[in-house]
Design a protein around this ligand. Structure first.
Ligand code: ATP
Ligand code: MG
Length: 420
């Protein structure tokens, strides 16, 4: 016996019974993006490792322990399966000078890879739709992104998501805050856990994001970034809030909102739900004004967000969104040499007329073919025997409605099939 091979842990197959949910989602996203004037961009799934180290940050969870990194044995380059899309998108925009023709509204979707512990809503290959606006100073574009999300939730039939927003300020104000935070944490050295000790000087802001309950008290007493913010960042944040109020979008300010990626500044936001258990963030994003320069371009303001497709699909299901599966219109059964020849002609004709037609393949008498027709989910069986073939007619038998079967010519059948 040959050992069976299974999919890699945390990497899922999407089977035909699920696929129409994905297709509905993808189609909805395409129309939604077009409505807001965003254009699609497609990047490779593999990039040079350095791109992610430089953009996401060397002391982030993603770069420290979640990346699928490997050597290209043919030339010794270190490559990484993309853990997210923003870095690749910015790299592509720079590489092809997209920003020379002005600001860009872009989106992409596809698989991302992170070596995390698989659990409900957390996978090693998962999918994101990412949206990036490059070259906009905002805060109007920040607001646009949030308004877009709210519009999409409506189209997907999603409820029970709340918006949390925060601001990280400028790099300078964050550095000021960083100093004060380190100072505070050093006064509580004995109470810090191992992770916090490790991050104390490399990434102290991330300590505030700790899930360790024993750390909560220290975290609650820590200086707040909001109190160290620079004037311009505060104005930007107020501008965003004003737009959201104008657009009747509810939000909560979360002063502890730190994102897991280093490139963010000023606006950060998350859409969170309580209906998916621990993995409740379905969408997250913010401003990243320093990233383009960090990757080697001219300083360019930018902001964007990414949605977790698996989590959104799960939430759609939780919210009872019905996505009808549309089966074929017709299943053609046939027997006899002339009949088979005419059956081929028939399916071609029907498909050209815009109908979805399956031609029975393989053996089987009429009875067993009819069983397959029924199982296919088709609305009609079209029956062709030599008798039909000789008179170039077909017999249409409704499989779902209590309607009599009829025998008609091909041209006539199309009107009839479209009518019923
Ligand atoms: P989390 O805090 O859940 O780990 P994150 O901050 O690492 O999320 P981002 O990098 O901001 O996530 O990615 C944006 C969105 O992508 C998340 O809000 C989530 O919906 C989804 N996502 C991230 N990691 C995973 C994963 N491993 N499996 C499934 N979805 C994910
Ligand atoms: Mg994560």
């Amino acid at each position: 016996m040959v050992r069976t091979i299974q999919a890699i842990r945390g990497m899922n197959d999407i089977l035909p019974d699920q696929a129409h949910h994905w297709e509905f989602f993808e189609q909805t996203v395409r129309e939604w993006m077009a409505a807001f004037g965003y254009r699609s961009i497609r990047m490779p799934i593999v990039e040079q490792t350095d791109l992610f180290v430089r953009s996401i940050g060397a002391v982030t969870d993603i770069v420290e322990k979640e990346m699928y990194t490997f050597l290209d044995h043919l030339n010794g380059e270190s490559l990484t399966l993309r853990p997210e899309g923003t870095a690749s998108c910015v790299r592509a925009a720079l590489e092809h000078n997209l920003l020379y023709s002005g600001p860009q509204r872009l989106y992409y979707s596809g698989p991302m890879f992170r070596h995390e512990r698989p659990q409900k809503g957390r996978y090693r290959q998962f999918h994101q739709v990412g949206v990036e606006a490059l070259g906009y100073t905002g805060p109007d574009i920040d607001a646009e992104h949030i308004v877009m999300c709210a519009a999409l939730w409506g189209k997907l039939g999603i409820a029970d998501v709340r918006l949390e927003i925060g601001t990280l300020g400028s790099v300078e104000s964050r550095n000021l805050h960083r100093g004060r935070l380190i100072n505070y944490l050093e006064q509580h050295l004995g109470e810090l856990d191992e992770d916090a000790h490790r991050r104390l000087h490399s990434n102290p802001l991330r300590i505030l994001d700790s899930k360790n309950p024993e750390m909560q008290q220290i975290i609650d007493g820590a200086p707040r970034l909001l109190d160290d913010l620079d004037e311009d960042s505060l104005k930007h944040f107020e501008g965003l809030q004003r737009s959201l109020r104008d657009q009747q979008i509810d939000f909560e300010i979360n002063p502890r909102l730190v994102r897991g990626l280093d490139y963010y500044n000023r606006t950060v936001f998350e859409w969170v739900t309580d209906r998916l258990g621990a993995q409740g963030t379905v969408c997250a994003g913010g401003r990243y004004d320093g990233l383009v320069e960090q990757i080697g371009g001219k300083s360019t303001p930018a902001c964007g967000f990414a949605m977790g497709v698996e989590r959104l699909l799960a939430l759609m299901q939780e919210c009872g969104k019905e996505i009808p599966h549309v089966g074929p219109d017709i299943y053609v059964v046939h027997q006899g040499e002339n009949a088979t020849r005419f059956a081929w002609e028939t399916v071609r004709y029907l498909r050209d007329e815009g109908l979805k037609a399956i031609l029975h393949c393989g053996d089987g008498g009429f009875k067993s073919q009819m069983k397959k027709a029924d199982a296919s989910g088709a609305r009609f069986a079209v029956i062709i025997g030599d008798d039909e073939a000789n008179s170039t007619e077909i017999t249409i038998k409704p499989l779902r409605e209590a309607v009599e079967q009829v025998r008609v010519g091909l041209a006539e059948s199309v009107n009839l099939l479209k009518q019923i």
